[in-house]
Write a protein that binds this ligand. Structure first.
Ligand SMILES: Nc1ncnc2c1ncn2[C@@H]1O[C@H](COP(=O)(O)OP(=O)(O)OP(=O)(O)O)[C@@H](O)[C@H]1O
Ligand SMILES: O=c1ccn([C@@H]2O[C@H](COP(=O)(O)O)[C@@H](O)[C@H]2O)c(=O)[nH]1
Length: 209
């Protein structure tokens, strides 16, 4: 049995899950401002690695993202773990407080969850945005007009929804059985969703800082 790289005595990890376009990135910005989270998006880290000069994974990541598939977990977990270490080294939390990491769009597969918690850090809770597919699809198509993302098009969106239902929802269900999920309906306005997010996490003991 390996020891996690970071101790829950020093670090609080909140996983942030929800379908593509459910609003995770949008809500993360609020949570960073009010709760002192460091926001780490697994998708953003993969996109940065995809274009990093000399990366051995660039082509693989491009292909997986376009197809809406889950990149092999060793790649993503290493990126997240190193980003956490960099953040702790360069911007440590205020004295006497634990660092808070909001890990957006991860874990998307059960094996990722198990591997991350065993080798990097166990999670404190899971924030889940529940949004109907038709709402998410409309948001993503609109975002695709300006995002420049390879996967904000109708064909990739369909594949991402499929992966979400088949592969990522079982992760949410598993954490739900462990009573670790804050479940928020996400088809209302950004402000209304945030009110529910705040109420949900504060009920679990995470206060603004
Ligand atoms: N509550 C909301 N009401 C209307 N539009 C929203 C809402 N939340 C987010 N959006 C918009 O929907 C789009 C998708 O939101 P966002 O990027 O936050 O989703 P996401 O869950 O991070 O998506 P992905 O997983 O694909 O990166 C963005 O253009 C955002 O401005
Ligand atoms: O843990 C992860 C997270 C993401 N991916 C891939 O990236 C894209 C885009 O993710 P966003 O969260 O929407 O930015 C996703 O569809 C996957 O292909 C991954 O493989 N593993």
């Amino acid at each position: 049995m390996s020891t996690p790289r970071f101790s829950t005595n020093d670090v609080t990890v909140v996983f942030f899950l929800g379908g593509p376009g459910s609003g995770k990135g949008t809500q993360s910005a609020n949570l960073v401002k009010d709760y002192g989270f460091v926001h780490l998006s697994a998708g953003d880290l993969l996109r940065a690695e995809q274009v990093r000069e000399g990366s051995q994974y660039g082509e693989l990541i491009r292909e997986y993202i376009r197809e809406g598939k889950i990149v092999p977990m060793e790649v993503t977990v290493a990126l997240l773990s190193n980003a956490m270490a960099d953040s702790l080294a360069t911007s440590p939390p205020p004295a006497g407080t634990k660092a808070r990491f909001l890990i957006d769009g991860f874990p998307r597969k059960l094996d990722q969850a198990v591997f991350f918690e065993a080798t990097v850090c166990p999670s404190e809770l899971v924030l889940f945005l529940d949004c109907p597919e038709d709402v998410m699809e409309a948001r993503l198509l609109k975002r695709g007009e300006t995002s420049g993302r390879d996967d904000d098009n109708a064909a990739s969106i369909r594949k991402r929804f499929h992966t979400f239902v088949e592969t990522s929802m079982p992760v949410v269900d598993d954490f739900k059985k462990k009573d670790k999920v804050v479940w928020v309906k996400a088809d209302s306005s950004v402000e209304q969703v945030y009110e529910e997010v705040k109420a949900g996490i504060e009920a679990r003991g995470l206060q603004a800082r």
